[in-house]
Design a protein around this ligand. Structure first.
Ligand code: PMP
Length: 311
């Protein structure tokens, strides 16, 4: 996770100097919002996939949490992201913008505090295991439900929301599974701990509707590919047993990319191997992020080459 430079409150500084004081309320109470973005190598140098959409969601997350103003515009954060990648000289990396309550806020209100903004980048970006795209994952339905939309704001990437993900994924790992599937408070399938979920049945794609999930940018990318390919997508309530009947199930997210599930709750999914439509979408996704797809120009933000490994 070591990078040389990090952007913090408008300045590029040595990553080793980005320490946060222990008494920072955002750290104690999970009051921050973040994004998870990836840059990929292309034949025109590093390019960030769907940067605008990620930064717009970053600003939306801050507003949903209740920040009245976000200190930097999408345009400023776009430039800062490119600058951070160039400063570190990376071809490919994971990008983590973070807005957190950096000062004040000890009386549990946002208005007595001040937001700080950082953009960190790092290179190890494999999230669900190196071999997971081919092998497929074993998942179980968690005993922890996804947060009630009246209690937590699931459309925002709020730091504190991820306590829910930690509870579920730690439980699943300790039970020997790779990933947890969370149901919504009414018992319908919502999403995974850091990824959205699709199933394939009779050649159609089905995905839980947006009420209690994070509306993933990869989910949107997959539905766009499906429309391009003429594959129908049904968004609505998904029951747990629909997962058991599916021909294929896959999860998708910026970090996870597209990964098939080979087993849910000890029941084999389809043939037990990553299915044909999942593999097709994985291939199209790989082409899109690396600049080899007709949609790549509208989705890739080219960063330019690293002029010098420094600022
Ligand atoms: N759901 C949750 C809870 C997530 O953390 C993520 C990762 N950001 C996703 C879904 C997928 O979102 P995206 O495709 O935008 O990365």
């Amino acid at each position: 996770m070591n990078s040389r430079y990090t952007w913090l409150n408008g300045q590029m500084i040595e990553s080793s100097r980005t320490t946060i004081p222990l008494l920072t309320s955002g750290f104690h109470y999970g009051i921050g919002v973040f994004e998870g973005i990836r840059a990929y190598a292309t034949d025109r140098g590093p390019a960030v996939f769907r940067l605008r959409e990620h930064l717009e969601r970053f600003e939306s997350s801050a507003r949903i949490l209740g920040f009245l103003e976000v200190p930097y515009s999408v345009a400023e954060l776009t430039a800062a992201t490119a600058e951070t990648i160039r400063a570190n000289g990376y071809d490919e990396c994971y990008i983590r913008p973070l807005l957190y309550l950096g000062e004040g806020g000890w009386n549990l209100t946002l208005d007595t505090g001040k937001a700080h903004v950082a953009i960190a980048v790092w290179q190890e970006s494999v999230y669900l295991g190196h071999d997971s795209p081919k092998r497929g994952l074993r998942a179980n339905v968690s005993s922890f439900a996804r947060s009630h939309p009246g209690a937590n704001m699931t459309k925002a990437k709020i730091c504190g929301n991820y306590v829910n993900s930690y509870l579920a994924k730690t439980e699943s790992h300790r039970l020997g599974f790779d990933e947890a599937i969370l149901l919504d408070p009414e018992g319908f399938v919502a999403e995974c701990t850091g990824a959205n979920l699709f199933l394939v049945r009779h050649g159609k794609l089905v995905t839980p509707s947006s009420e209690t999930i994070l509306e993933g940018i990869t989910r949107n990318t997959v539905t766009t590919f499906a429309a391009d390919l003429g594959i129908p997508v049904f968004e609505g309530r998904v029951s747990r047993d629909q997962l058991y009947l599916a021909d294929e199930v896959f999860v998708c997210g910026t970090a996870a990319e597209i990964v098939g599930l080979c087993e849910v709750d000890g029941r084999r999914v389809g043939t037990g191997e990553t299915g044909p439509l999942t593999r097709r979408l994985q291939q199209i996704y790989a082409d899109a992020v690396h600049g080899r797809h007709p949609r790549s120009p509208e989705w890739l933000e080219y960063v330019g080459v690293a002029a010098a490994k420094g600022v």
